[in-house]
Design a protein around this ligand. Structure first.
Ligand SMILES: [Zn+2]
Ligand SMILES: [Zn+2]
Length: 323
């Protein structure tokens, strides 16, 4: 796909997923080390596609020296343990990926409880709020328990690939990393930037005893960080590579502002919970995509709060927003 230097090559392998997002792209980076950037979900179909993709470059899963994760979502890391089982490939990820990748049941349970409370606070009916558990089940079905050999925090070089720098880009997930190659100005963007869909700034439970991360605000900051970088091409976790990087980012930032305005408009007819706003904006889709929609709505409410355009009132253990 791309020859980066005399000793380094980058190849894309497309892996199917059972999720609405469709295929996931994993990247084979061959330099001083043979690395996979993301690996795909833990399904038999994904494994076959990975084996086939590696075979096209004369490799097998046993030839992988290391796995570098952009983030902990199961479509990106699920197959890690199956690869490690063969010859113990090293795995590097952000410290905030740990509870998912090592499957810390206690922390995962705490996150589920946190979401249930958060949903109730935002006006989600009790019987619906318990669906928060569904997210954990996805991890049980398509994730895995993998070994971790080192952390990637951002600011340092990529192990085994000295031309690459690591950037921490929180927003889509708290642990999200992008990898940047200086010479050809290529970014392995994970789910930070996708051409055909706008990435969701997904709500996450705080891992320490701190306030909930304001994911959309973080995501916008990370997008702006990308705007300041000199990027020729982004290879994403899903879909086609992106060449018009700046205009895509500006478009995404503008859409978020428009959505915030639309939410503010809804509040002109009186105070509302995030749940009521979600029903008004997304209707039936809420049944299928509750957690993504609530991330979207609460994220934009965080933005409006930060801009001083709304205020909150807490009554009967529920949070209402007023424009
Ligand atoms: Zn993701
Ligand atoms: Zn993804």
């Amino acid at each position: 796909m791309v020859t980066l230097s005399k000793k380094e090559r980058l190849e894309q392998i497309i892996i199917p997923t059972p999720f609405a997002v469709g295929d996931v792209n994993v990247y084979l980076l061959m330099g001083d080390a043979v690395s996979l950037v993301d690996v795909g979900p833990n399904t038999p179909e994904a494994w076959v596609a990975l084996e086939r993709g590696l075979a096209a470059h004369g490799l097998t899963p046993g030839d992988i020296d290391q796995i570098l994760l952009t983030h902990h979502h199961i479509d990106h890391y699920g197959l890690a343990s199956r690869i490690q089982e063969i010859k113990g490939a090293r795995l590097y990820c952000h410290p905030l990926s740990e509870m998912f990748v090592r499957r810390d049941e206690e922390k995962l349970k705490r996150a589920v409880d946190y979401f249930e409370q958060l949903y109730l606070l935002h006006g989600v009916p009790e019987r619906v709020a318990s669906q928060a558990i569904g997210h954990k089940k996805l991890y049980d079905d398509f994730g895995s328990t993998a070994e971790i050999h080192g952390w990637l925090k951002g600011g340092e070089g990529l192990p085994g690939h000295e031309e690459w720098e690591i950037y921490h880009m929180p927003g889509h997930s708290q642990d999200h990393l992008c990898f940047y190659e200086r010479d050809q100005k290529i970014l392995l963007g994970g789910d930070h930037l996708i051409k055909h869909i706008s990435s969701n700034a997904i709500l996450e439970a705080p891992q320490a005893d701190v306030e909930r991360p304001k994911t959309l605000i973080q995501y916008r900051d990370s997008l702006k960080k990308c705007l300041r970088m000199d990027i020729e091409k982004v290879y994403s976790g899903h879909g086609e590579p992106i060449e018009e990087v700046s205009s895509l980012i500006e478009n995404r930032l503008e859409r978020q502002e428009q959505r915030a305005d639309a939410i503010l408009d809804l509040m002109q007819r009186g105070e509302k919970t995030a749940w009521e706003i979600s029903i008004a904006m997304f209707g039936e889709r809420l049944k299928e995509e509750m957690s993504l929609i609530l991330s979207e709505v609460i994220g934009h409410l965080d933005l409006l709060l930060e801009q001083g355009r709304v205020q909150t009132i807490q009554r009967d253990q529920r949070l209402y927003y007023q424009g």
